[in-house]
Write a protein of this length. Structure first.
Length: 119
């Protein structure tokens, strides 16, 4: 069974950090671009970052640029999203997705994980 599974979410205070992981099972991430999306209550799902299959290209939404870093470890079949300087507006359900390129995401989706930034 082909799956993406997110982990590492939770409750953190403003200014804090979390690292999300997106692990694949049933297939290799080696040649897939991986994107992170998030959806806050009452809002549309928003793409926040993507990394190409070889890791050579990374992009970020303006709202997270300079605070979030996407990386991948193909040996572990995992992609990470390091989130620093978290703000209350980062509170959302975070999803990872795989595709043939950052322009063609959505082939596979994880189930999502909650991130709550609150004091």
């Amino acid at each position: 069974q082909l799956q993406l599974v997110e982990s590492g979410g939770g409750l953190v205070q403003p200014g804090g950090s979390l690292r999300l992981s997106c692990a694949a099972s049933g297939f290799s991430l080696d040649y897939y671009a991986i994107g992170w999306f998030r959806q806050a209550p009452g809002k549309e799902r928003q793409e926040i970052s993507c990394i190409s299959g070889n890791g050579g290209s990374r992009n970020y939404a303006d709202s997270v640029k300079g605070r979030f870093t996407i990386s991948r470890d193909n040996a572990k079949n995992t992609v990470y999203l390091q989130m620093n300087s978290l703000k209350s507006e980062d509170t959302a359900i975070y999803y990872c997705t795989a595709g043939r390129s950052c322009q063609r995401l959505g082939g596979y989706w994880g189930q999502g994980i909650q991130v709550t930034v609150s004091s």
